[in-house]
Write a protein that binds this ligand. Structure first.
Ligand code: ATP
Ligand code: ATP
Ligand code: MG
Ligand code: MG
Length: 879
């Protein structure tokens, strides 16, 4: 078996509209191709032994053990690899379900598609599955140690990619509210929402968190002053920078017991509490200065009490947790060491922030606490005796949390909400030390120890005791209040021909609304009137650039086959999905071999339209019409023929459509015909002479209309969009040469030749085609282009590209000429292999009133030759 390619899909895709995360592996079975699993001795047995849990895969039989029975009866190895890749991920704790395997047109080569949770882990699972199957084929087994290593590696990859517990909680809530999210390019920032509606979070900081509030919270002394001045109880304390100030500071706070901590610390680092002697104080001073960047140390009175974290979001108290420091509880038999080990065996405890709780680590501070009590790790605690191992109750140092949200006293609640405002934080964690949070602080000498920006959510979401609190919900509600949008409209365009033209026209129409449009095309990515980036930008990366842009109000995305195939769509759904046509081009690439498969691939866009949105379908293209059965959204059809049966049926049932009728581009809605504009007034249609451009204009107008753009604005968009070199280079660029016209177009396949022919045949005068075909097409394709051209033009000059793409010079021209001769009414033709010479000849010989159509290798070179001859300002189409 050989892995030929592994691809990672991240959006709606060829394999599934609903499952966005899919790995596709192209796998050559080599020697195993002709062997179903039943003919490989010991394979079934070895597989069951290695992965007994495969019994839970139902597969096609639809029952427990279903997949294994297929292995026993005999299935192909690609199918087994798929199930193993899924099972390995399951064993590593990632929940996946979807898989498909298909043979490609290359016998023995399969596409194995399966779901993943984490990209890296998914790709790893693909390789590990092949390794496992190979080993069982060769040796009858897969060593347990290797399997364990695989599972550990998968777990590690997943952990490495995990975003941290607070961020995960926020993302889960965003998904529950149907708010899309992206990773930001830099830092661990997350973007929620698209375009202008986007908001950002980083852990529990939001783009609304005030920098002043955050800085004040990080300055413990400043925070205390602010609160004290506002009448909030805070520890009596003072700030020192030198050891010789310590003695005086202790007296100033009223003597022992005291607390010493760094001014700018967090996570309990460098802090010592409940200090009773000068010796301890000196040691604590050292620890605090080491942990402080500014070597500034706070000396505070020690307040006895329990440690609470109060969370305030957007001015409202959301949750209260009591935090208990890491500790061991005696049983009269075990040593402290054994008790810690026992506690750490809890599967809820992980390393750092990767689980609900964190494992207890014995460090300098723990040893110091034990020493103070005259204990060490070998001490056996009495039954029920609690021995703390930390001063502070951070979850990240092994503490636990108990929910107390319902117990807080109303006066404390009022105080907490006021504190969040005093410090100026939208998400605010307040540390309160008090014996009893259900009593007002001032009644039992409680204090606010500090205020935290970016407080962790873990203790509220997963408390060890008490009710878990959904603290992410109020954050989302703050960022996206109910009823406000989080998504900009997405209008996407696909098809074999006309995508760029239609995308540009649609963007131009939408611009009439005054909104900022972000759009992507084969020529580049644009925002408003400016180009962001040149290049063939029809894939998900360019689409993502638009969706991530904070200035964009509407996205119009040319969505080509290549990107959908390579990584799926960039969006989970769109509001309008236009499918222009499906014809034979790009077949044989990426295992898309038939035109039906191509239709399925382009159909991904139609199927990804929001149920409230519109799929805009070409009623004259049977492969596009077929997509209607699978879309979940509303449908609107367009057709050049107002009598088209599909369209007629659709409007009879009250459906929306666009047609070309009596010289008008019109929208039909139920019984009403809304005329938008006469084709002669729509420059793109070449005064109505280019039928395929009318079709593109109908599609764009319908797309805009279905998304709420008013008819007047559609009309002014159509009237002001031209197929000029500036707006659509290489696409129906018409030049007035005085006595004759020249047209430059980039038609590059049979369907676009036909389309162009529709225009050329409408030309009232003589027509001359300067044509050629890329050398890498098949002989019969070149022959056909010749034959087609003879049906279109009165005269033909056959030329070749500079780049013959592997053919001897003159060979491509030979096949084109053969086609011309075989046509029904053969045209006059000559061969001039050099493209420049061919163009010059055609232009020199053009009779009055004629049209010279140039289908060049290089659009810019051809346009250069024409512009040297100084064409007149306005192309005027003779009617
Ligand atoms: P974190 O990052 O967890 O908030 P930190 O390093 O910022 O911790 P503080 O919040 O100032 O440090 O203190 C940590 C814990 O130490 C407090 O939650 C409290 O339990 C205890 N503590 C701090 N100061 C006092 C004090 N003056 N009296 C009693 N306990 C205190
Ligand atoms: P690409 O796949 O190269 O990005 P595209 O789908 O974006 O192509 P356009 O660039 O808009 O298509 O048009 C390319 C050529 O296809 C045009 O110059 C024209 O000859 C032809 N064409 C445009 N619209 C249609 C149509 N609706 N039907 C058939 N041919 C068309
Ligand atoms: Mg704190
Ligand atoms: Mg294009």
């Amino acid at each position: 078996m050989k892995i030929l390619k592994i691809q990672t899909l991240r959006g709606p895709n060829y394999w599934s509209i609903r499952r966005h995360k899919v790995i596709v592996m192209r796998l050559d079975l080599e020697d195993l191709a002709p062997k179903p699993t039943s003919l490989i001795p010991g394979f079934y047995q070895g597989l069951v032994e290695a992965l007994p849990s495969l019994v839970d895969h139902y597969c096609s039989p639809g029952c427990r053990g279903g997949f294994l029975s297929r292995v026993q009866e005999g299935t192909y190895m690609g199918h087994v690899v798929e199930h193993v890749a899924l099972e390995l991920q399951e064993l590593a704790g990632m929940i996946v379900g979807f898989g498909r395997t298909r043979e490609t047109s290359t016998p023995g080569t399969y596409q194995v598609a399966f779901e993943y949770v984490d990209e890296q882990a998914g790709r790893y699972a693909a390789r590990a599955a092949v390794r496992l199957c190979r080993s069982i084929v060769d040796t009858g087994r897969y060593p347990v140690s290797e399997l364990e290593q695989d599972i550990q590696d998968l777990k590690d990859l997943a952990a490495k990619a995990s975003l941290g517990p607070s961020t995960e909680t926020l993302i889960k809530e965003a998904e529950a509210r149907d708010i899309p999210w992206f990773h930001s390019s830099a830092r661990s920032m997350i973007q929620l929402g698209t375009g202008i509606y986007q908001k950002r979070v980083q852990a529990t900081l939001t783009d609304r968190s005030s920098i002043l509030g955050v800085e004040l919270a990080c300055d413990k002394e400043g925070t205390k002053k602010t609160l004290r001045d506002a009448g909030v109880p805070v520890p009596r304390g003072t700030l020192i920078h030198y050891l010789d100030e310590l003695q005086e500071a202790i007296e100033e706070v009223g003597g022992y017991p005291i607390v010493i901590k760094p001014l700018d610390g967090n996570h309990g680092r460098g802090i010592t509490i409940d200090i009773h002697s000068w010796e301890e104080a000196e040691e604590a001073y050292d620890a605090a200065t080491t942990a402080s960047k500014t070597r500034s140390v706070i000396v505070e009175r020690y307040y006895k009490g329990r440690d609470h974290r109060v969370l305030v979001v957007n001015g409202k108290l959301i949750a209260v947790a009591e935090r208990v420091p890491a500790h061991a509880i005696g049983n009269g038999k075990s040593t402290i060491q054994e008790l810690i080990e026992e506690t750490n065996r809890d599967p809820n405890r992980g390393d750092g922030h990767d689980n609900v709780l964190t494992r207890i680590q014995v460090d300098r501070m723990s040893m110091q606490i034990l020493e103070r009590k005259g204990y060490d790790l070998d001490t056996v605690l009495k039954d029920g005796e609690i021995c703390y191992l930390r001063y502070t109750a951070n979850l990240s140092t092994g503490g636990i949390a108990i929910d107390r949200t319902d117990e807080i006293h109303p006066e404390n609640l009022w105080m907490a909400e006021r504190i969040a405002k005093l410090i100026g934080l939208d998400i605010c964690g307040i540390d309160v030390v008090t014996e009893d949070i259900s009593q007002p602080l001032r009644e039992n000498d409680g204090v606010i120890v500090e205020v935290n920006a970016a407080p962790g959510f873990r203790m509220h979401v997963c408390p060890s005791q008490g009710l878990p609190r959904n603290v992410a919900a109020p954050v989302m509600e703050m960022l996206f209040p109910s009823g406000t949008p989080s998504r900009i409209p997405i209008l996407a365009v696909t098809g074999t021909n006309g995508k760029t033209t239609t995308t540009r026209l649609l963007a131009h129409i939408y611009k009439q609304t005054g909104k900022t449009i972000g759009y992507t095309t084969t020529d580049g990515t644009y925002i408003g009137d400016f180009i962001v980036e040149k290049g063939d930008n029809t894939g998900p990366q360019s689409a993502e650039l638009i969706l991530k842009d904070p200035t964009v109000e509407v996205a119009v995305l040319e969505t080509a086959r290549g990107g959908i195939l390579r990584s799926g769509l960039a969006f989970d759904r769109c509001d309008v999905g236009v499918v222009l046509n499906v014809s034979a081009d790009h077949l044989g690439i990426g295992d898309i071999d038939t035109i039906e498969q191509m239709a399925t691939l382009k159909g991904v866009l139609a199927e990804s339209v929001d149920p409230k949105g519109y799929a805009i379908l070409n009623a004259e293209d049977p492969l596009v019409v077929k997509m209607a059965k699978r879309v979940k959204s509303q449908i609107a059809y367009f057709s050049m023929d107002p009598e088209n049966e599909i369209l007629q049926n659709h409007v009879r049932n009250g459906g929306l459509a666009a047609v070309y009728e009596n010289g008008y581009l019109s929208i039909i809605k139920g019984d009403w015909t809304l005329r938008i504009e006469q084709a002669v007034n729509v420059p793109l249609t070449m005064a109505g002479l280019a039928p395929f451009m009318i079709a593109n204009a109908l599609a764009a107008a319908l797309a805009a209309y279905s998304n709420g753009v008013p008819i007047e604005q559609i009309r002014s968009g159509l009237a002001t969009f031209e197929a000029s070199v500036a707006q659509t280079p290489g696409r129906m660029n018409l030049f007035n040469m005085g006595t004759y016209h020249a047209l430059v177009d980039y038609a590059h396949n049979a369907a676009s030749y036909e389309a162009l022919g529709g225009f050329v045949r409408n030309w009232p005068g003589e027509t001359i085609g300067v044509i050629g075909g890329p050398g890498d097409r098949r002989d019969e394709d070149l022959f056909n282009l010749g034959k087609l051209s003879a049906d279109i033009f009165n005269q033909i000059i056959v030329k070749e590209d500079n780049d013959t793409r592997g053919r001897p010079r003159g060979n491509a021209a030979h096949f084109i000429c053969a086609g011309i001769v075989q046509a029904n009414g053969p045209a006059a033709y000559q061969t001039i292999l050099n493209e420049t010479e061919a163009i010059e000849t055609a232009l020199n010989q053009a009779p009055s009133g004629s049209l010279v159509v140039i289908l060049p290798e290089s659009v810019s070179r051809a346009i250069g030759l024409i512009e040297k001859r100084k064409p007149l300002e306005e192309p005027r189409i003779p009617l």
